[in-house]
Design a protein around this ligand. Sequence first.
Ligand code: GRF
Length: 199
Amino acid sequence: MKIAFLASHGGSNMQAILDGCRDGSIPADPSLLVCNNPKAGAIDRARRSGMPHVVLNGKTHPDESQLDQAILGSLQASGAELVILAGYMKKIGPQVLHAYRNRILNIHPALLPKHGGQGMYGMNVHRAVIAAGETESGATVHLINEVYDEGPILQQARVPVLADDTPETLQARVLQQEHRLYPDTLAKIAQGEIVLPKA
Ligand code: GRF
């Protein structure tokens, strides 16, 4: 199973998956990183692991539909069967969504359907969880569709929210679970233990 990543920043989730592919716990072949940010740490990680990368963004393709088309072309040329969003801060265009229907995964740092939707990313999510007085948070791996954070949920991991948590301490606890949950979900897909809906 060939997989490709879309990332914008550090790429620690991508790294956890690359590590799993290398040690054989995920039977998948990482084929490409598509990155919108030329300064992203994810690019260094891709280089270190010998995975090709390409930078595609509003500068390389000012026209939105051409950018969508270019991302799709790169994904298809890499042979990717699954697309892994790993901290990708841009919306996926309609052409990629259509070509990879039910084959685009994302990880969200909360227990969806709670604390998702537009604007809910990064520290905003953990702030909202604490402000809502939740006693539990976690991470959700789900499929992407046209609506933010509303695609079918594949797996979740839970962590407690502690009385003295700051958004930063909560983020660290959730991220630790993300690094376990995302590789685990991919391994289960590759082994047929999780069956994705029809493409
Ligand atoms: C993670 O918190 C993930 O839940 C969210 O973006 C962040 C990416 O972090 N979608 P990293 O780039 O994988 O370190």
